[in-house]
Write a protein that binds this ligand. Structure first.
Ligand SMILES: CC(C)(COP(=O)(O)OP(=O)(O)OC[C@H]1O[C@@H](n2cnc3c(N)ncnc32)[C@H](O)[C@@H]1OP(=O)(O)O)[C@@H](O)C(=O)NCCC(=O)NCCS
Length: 170
């Protein structure tokens, strides 16, 4: 793994050859993170939050940007580092050693391998944070995210209504 600390930058090259950079979020990222949310389709936001909100709430941002609550990563094109195209969260849960994974890739940047690469990186981040399991709540019709989690060797999902509660041993 090329990175080892909070200030590290993790490079991912997309299937179309675009170079990207992924790093931990900072308080200064609020506006570009909100812009990412506004550019995402309602469908993508709904798959991420299981609700149709156009932006993060203040409380949501405080939670996701608090290092005590977990790790939030943002991804930019390498040539455009103030333009956030994806956000990845590995948040603590009330279960010791279990981190919750969530990923949001802007629609225009989807299907280029970014979600899969970010999930692999998030698993490494979670291991480093001392987690033994990653959990994710994924809508049963969210085929791309189910494929992403299969790439992490997720066991067959346990259905809770129309949402799969997936637990991946790290
Ligand atoms: C789910 C998500 C993170 C995947 O990111 P991505 O960058 O598109 O992922 P990838 O390009 O790595 O593709 C992942 C897999 O989905 C498949 N896929 C991508 N787009 C697809 C589509 N529109 N329909 C069906 N499958 C698709 C890819 O083929 C790949 O599967 P494979 O590895 O078996 O070939 C992204 O679509 C997203 O942000 N969606 C909205 C938010 C969300 O659903 N978050 C997850 C809930 S926590």
């Amino acid at each position: 793994m090329p990175d080892a600390g909070r200030d590290a930058v993790y490079p991912i090259t997309l299937t179309d050859g675009t170079a990207t950079r992924t790093r931990e979020v900072t308080p200064a990222d609020l506006e570009p993170v909100q812009a990412l949310h506004r550019r995402c389709s309602p469908g993508s936001r709904a798959q991420r939050y299981h609700a149709g909100k156009p932006e993060l709430s203040s409380a949501g941002w405080r939670l996701l940007s608090d290092p005590e609550r977990g790790t939030t990563l943002v991804t930019t094109p390498a040539q455009h580092t103030d333009h956030i195209i994806a956000m990845t969260n590995v948040m603590r849960t009330d279960r010791q050693g279990v981190g919750e994974l969530a990923v949001l890739v802007e629609d225009a940047w989807q299907s280029k391998g970014l979600g899969t690469a970010l999930a692999a990186h998030a698993a490494e981040v979670a291991r480093r944070a001392g987690h033994h399991t990653l959990t994710a709540a994924v809508a049963a019709d969210n085929v791309p995210m189910l494929h992403v989690l299969e790439s992490l060797d997720a066991p067959p999902p346990r259905a809770v209504g129309r949402v799969f509660d997936i637990n991946i041993p790290l």
